[in-house]
Design a binder for this molecule. Structure first.
Ligand SMILES: [Zn+2]
Length: 376
C-alpha cells in the first residue's frame, strides 16, 4: 500500500482542527464505543440519572427513579413506558448532568456493564444497541490497565497512554460520522470499564493529557504489541500498512528470557488446524527481520505466515519469528516475541524505562519520524 497522498492527509487534519476548536463547553474529546446489543429491552441506572437526545449539546431531564427501562416498540423507543422522540436516547448520571456538554463522570450501569460517561441506547436492526460516550481521557484510564501490566514503570505506561490515545483518535477520525468509533470487541477484550482503572494508569494518562503522535499533522496509526523479540517488524510486513514511522528498529526486549517461547504440536493437532497433512512442513519465506511469511507442506501447498498464526492460534504461535523442527510425533516451533511486532514493543518500552529513558524517547524510538504534539 502506498503512503497517503496529500489530499487524503488533509482531511484528517481538518477533522482534528474541527475536534479541537468547538464551543468551550464541548471542548472535551469524546469517544463512542459500542458496548453490546440487546433484544427488545435494556435497563440503565445510576445516581442522579438524567435523559436527553443523542447530541453533545443535548438538554438532559432528570429521571426521579434513577432507573430507566428502555423498550423497543416497532421502530420507536419507550423509556419507563413513555414514548420518546427519535431513534436514540442518551443517559447521564451525576449532578453535573444537566448543564455541561461534557459526558458524566458518575458511573452508570447499563445492561451487564458499568461505565463512566454517557450511555446511548439506539434502535439497531431488530433490537437495541448500547454505545458508551466517554471522554477520551477516562477511556484511556480504563484501557491502559488492560493493555499493559500496571506493574510496568511509569514512563512505559505513559508511552503506552500516548500510543493508545493516538490509536483511539485515529480510529475516531476514520469513523467520524458513524454511530460509534470503536467496536464491541474493544470493549469486551480491552476496555474493562470502571473496574479496570488503577491510580497508576490514571497518573500515566494525566501526565500525558492531550498528547498524541502525529505525522504530517495527522494522528499516526499507533500500533503496539507485547514483545517483538529483539527487532520490530515493518508495518507493511506485519499489517499491510506501509507507513514511514512503522519501520523495523532494534529493541532491548530480545535480551529478556521471557521473550522466548516454544510450542510443540502433534501431527494430529496440526492436521486439524491446517486441514492438510503437516508432513514435510518447512519455512520457505521470511521478512528482513526473520519473521516467517510462508511455510510449504510436503504436498507442495503453501500457507501464508499470517494465516498460519491464525490457524494455529495466536497464543500458541506467539509470533512469526520462529524456527521449526520435526519431532517424533509432530513439530516444535521455537520463537521470539509475542504479537505482530509493529510499532511500540511493550516489553521493550519497559526495558528502556528501566534504563532511565523517558516516554518521549521511548515513543521516538518505536515510531521514528512521528512527532509528539499537544492536541489539548
Ligand atoms: Zn521488543
Amino acid at each position: 500500500m502506498r503512503p497517503p497522498t496529500l489530499p487524503s492527509m488533509l482531511r484528517p487534519v481538518a477533522l482534528v482542527l474541527l475536534l479541537l476548536s468547538p464551543l468551550p463547553a464541548l471542548a472535551v474529546e469524546t469517544m463512542r464505543i459500542a458496548m453490546e446489543d440487546a433484544d427488545g429491552e435494556v435497563r440503565v441506572s445510576g445516581r442522579g440519572l438524567a435523559m436527553g437526545g443523542d447530541a453533545e449539546d443535548a438538554q438532559f431531564v432528570p429521571l426521579s427513579s434513577g432507573q430507566a427501562l428502555i423498550r423497543r416498540r416497532g421502530g420507536r423507543l419507550e423509556v419507563n413506558g413513555a414514548p420518546v422522540m427519535g431513534d436514540a436516547v442518551r443517559f447521564r448520571a451525576g449532578a453535573n448532568a444537566i448543564d455541561a456538554g461534557v459526558p458524566g463522570d458518575e458511573p452508570l450501569r447499563a445492561g451487564g456493564s458499568q461505565v463512566r460517561g454517557d450511555v446511548v441506547v439506539r434502535t439497531f436492526k431488530d433490537g437495541l444497541q448500547l454505545i458508551n460516550v466517554i471522554s477520551l481521557e477516562d477511556y484511556l484510564a480504563a484501557v491502559l490497565g488492560s493493555e499493559m501490566p500496571v506493574s510496568f514503570p511509569l514512563e512505559a505506561l505513559k508511552a503506552q497512554a500516548v500510543a493508545a490515545r493516538t490509536y483511539a483518535l485515529q480510529k475516531k477520525l476514520e469513523a467520524y460520522s458513524n454511530a460509534f468509533h470503536l467496536g464491541s470487541s474493544v470493549l469486551h477484550q480491552v476496555y474493562g470499564g470502571v473496574n479496570r482503572e488503577d491510580p497508576k494508569t490514571r497518573a500515566a494518562v494525566e501526565a500525558t493529557r492531550g498528547e498524541v503522535l502525529t505525522f504530517e499533522l495527522a494522528p499516526i496509526e499507533a500500533y503496539f504489541h507485547a514483545s517483538c523479540g529483539g527487532r520490530t517488524e515493518s508495518g507493511l510486513a506485519a499489517l499491510q500498512r506501509d507507513l514511514p514511522y512503522l519501520r523495523p528498529v532494534d529493541c532491548p526486549c530480545g535480551k529478556l528470557p521471557a521473550s522466548k517461547w516454544t510450542a510443540t504440536m502433534s501431527d494430529g493437532e496440526l492436521r486439524s488446524a491446517l486441514r492438510a497433512s503437516p508432513e514435510g512442513l518447512k519455512v520457505t519465506g521470511r521478512t528482513d527481520t526473520h519473521r516467517v511469511t510462508r511455510v510449504t507442506l510436503g504436498d507442495g501447498s503453501v500457507v501464508d505466515g499470517v494465516l498460519l498464526r491464525r490457524k494455529l492460534g495466536y497464543t500458541r504461535l506467539k509470533s512469526l519469528d520462529f524456527d521449526v523442527e520435526r519431532t517424533a510425533h509432530g513439530y516444535t516451533f521455537s520463537g521470539r516475541g509475542y504479537g505482530h511486532g509493529a510499532g511500540l514493543c511493550q516489553w521493550g518500552a519497559k526495558a528502556l524505562a528501566d534504563q532511565g529513558r523517558d516516554y518521549r524517547a521511548i515513543l521516538t524510538h518505536y515510531y521514528p519520524g512521528a512527532e509528539l504534539q499537544h492536541l489539548y
